[in-house]
Design a protein around this ligand. Structure first.
Ligand code: C2E
Ligand code: MG
Ligand code: MG
Length: 465
């Protein structure tokens, strides 16, 4: 039988064993945890921080004080070829050689990361803008000495995109995005050079990408029309609607017409687009006509290019015929700038349109050229006072005087006058007192899809009271 002392000794030993085991297990768990954390944050092949770790490090660095901080994004060109030709393990070997060469090149406190595959990032502070560019050039020059794979000399080239804080952003997301956009530009333009982020270049790239998408968007029915009502200033009854195109792109989301119309004009797509808009608007107007709607006319915006190409009247005739709509149900909105390049030709086109019964409105009047010559020469029916004069109408005597003058001018030329962009009751009552004929703007209604028009018209009764 064991004595009490022996029992206590055994219990103490058991407790020590249990305690040590627990500590050991905890240390192991911490070690395993630490090593899995390391796995999640560092690239196994190169031991460089990976994308998520570098983002954390950069965010910390950006929170310190710095004059400039550069972000050099390096993409090794044609790396797939290396993997295909020499195999993956040689590809990996080359990545290791590349990393070690770059480590010799960069500042020891610079952050160097393998973002993914053959994409690397270097981030560090700098005293000047030029310093960032010099770093990027040094990296490129360091690649000129060939690497060696299985005894073969291999020349690597790199496409490099650079962004610099604070000029191109002050947060990790913006700076990486801008370095990526600069890199994308290099790759699109033939690889193997360095580009510093530049807003113009980026805008051009966006423009090009949007432009490439148009035709697919048209066939996928991503464009649709909204209609903004115009009402009689006195009776508040709806007279007509302006068709405004919208683009809900599957690739870019909603794109404003103010963005894509100028691009469509530049790349020639505007012809197909206007053709589609005319047909669609005429068909909708025909539906309203057949259903006895009070909407008398639909207007369609026409770009300058149509006056230079001289095919507008054919396009309009075809759209009217297709929907069996009579010309007096259609109005075209043009701007002075759109006709000024060839006034004679434009006058001819408008005259031919008039023979079809189609009327023409001068849009955005008061902005751009606004010359009396156009009012005198062009066979137009309506003047639309630009929103910029309406905005301050209730506050600025000067704007009120200008609007009064435009309305009087319109009366002299026997033109109907429409105020655009009316947003408040004060603007509306001033325009009524100045005897403006028609009103368009958010105060009356935002542009609506055709299905919303009926309920808008029934609600108009409220305004008429
Ligand atoms: P716009 O022809 O002068 O059209 C008026 C613009 O002002 C429209 O913008 C309209 O939504 C907006 N607007 C109307 N009332 C108000 C208001 O009370 N407040 C404010 N803040 N805005 C108001 P949207 O639809 O974005 O169109 C912008 C421009 O894009 C148009 O100016 C026109 O030049 C062009 N555009 C739009 N649709 C077409 C189209 O189908 N064909 C062509 N060629 N150009 C179009
Ligand atoms: Mg317009
Ligand atoms: Mg306008």
């Amino acid at each position: 039988m064991a004595s009490l002392d022996q029992y206590s000794t055994m219990i103490i030993i058991a407790l020590i064993v249990l305690f040590s085991a627990t500590i050991f297990m905890n240390i192991r768990t911490i070690r395993i945890h630490k090593s899995s954390l390391k796995l999640a944050q560092y690239d196994q092949l190169t031991e460089l921080p990976n994308r998520s770790k570098i983002q954390e490090l950069i965010t910390e660095k950006l929170a310190t004080s710095y004059k400039y901080m550069y972000f050099i994004l390096i993409d090794l060109d044609n790396f797939k070829w290396i993997n295909d030709t020499f195999g993956f393990s040689s590809g990996n070997e080359l990545i290791r050689q590349f990393v070690s060469r770059i480590q010799d090149e960069i500042h020891e406190e610079a952050n160097f990361s393998r973002m993914e595959g053959n994409l690397f990032l270097i981030a560090h502070t700098a005293e000047s803008y030029e310093e960032a560019e010099i770093y990027a050039h040094n990296i490129q020059t360091s690649l000129l000495t060939p690497f060696t794979l299985k005894g073969n000399p291999i020349i690597l080239t790199a496409s490099i995109g650079v962004s610099v804080a604070p000029t191109h952003g002050t947060n990790t997301w913006d700076l990486l995005k801008h370095a990526e956009q600069a890199l994308y530009h290099v790759k699109e333009s033939g690889k193997n050079f360095i580009a510093l982020y530049n807003e113009d270049t980026h805008n051009k790239d966006t423009e090009r990408q949007l432009g490439l998408q148009f035709r697919e968007a048209l066939s996928n029915q991503e464009f649709y029309l909204c209609y903004q009502p115009k009402v009689d200033a006195m009776t508040k009854q709806i007279t007509s609607v302006e068709a405004l195109v919208r683009w809900q792109s599957s690739k870019f989301g909603f794109v404003s017409p103010a963005t894509f119309i100028p691009i469509a004009e530049k790349n020639g797509f505007i012809f197909d687009l206007t053709e589609w808009i005319l047909v669609e608007a005429c068909k909708q107007m025909k539906k309203w006509e057949l259903s006895g709607s009070p909407i008398q006319k639909v207007s369609v915006n026409i770009s300058a290019h149509h006056f230079l190409a001289n095919t507008l009247d054919q396009m309009v005739t075809a759209a009217l015929n297709e929907s069996e709509l009579s010309g007096d149900r259609l109005e075209l909105e043009i701007t002075e700038t759109s006709v000024m390049e060839n006034l004679q030709m434009a006058t001819g086109t408008i005259n031919r349109l008039q023979e079809l019964g189609v009327s023409v409105a001068l849009d955005d009047f008061g902005t751009g050229v606004s010359s009396l010559t156009y009012l005198k020469t062009l066979p137009i029916h309506t003047l639309k006072i630009d929103k910029s004069f309406i905005d301050e109408l209730a506050q600025s005597d000067r704007d009120a005087a200008l609007v009064r003058m435009i309305i009087e001018l319109a009366k002299i030329f026997k033109l109907k006058v429409v105020a655009e962009g009316v947003e408040s009751i004060d603007q509306l009552s001033i325009l009524c007192s100045l005897q403006c004929d028609e009103i368009q703007g958010y105060y009356i209604s935002k542009p609506l899809v055709s299905e919303e028009m009926d309920s808008f018209i029934s609600n108009l009764a409220v305004l008429q009271r």
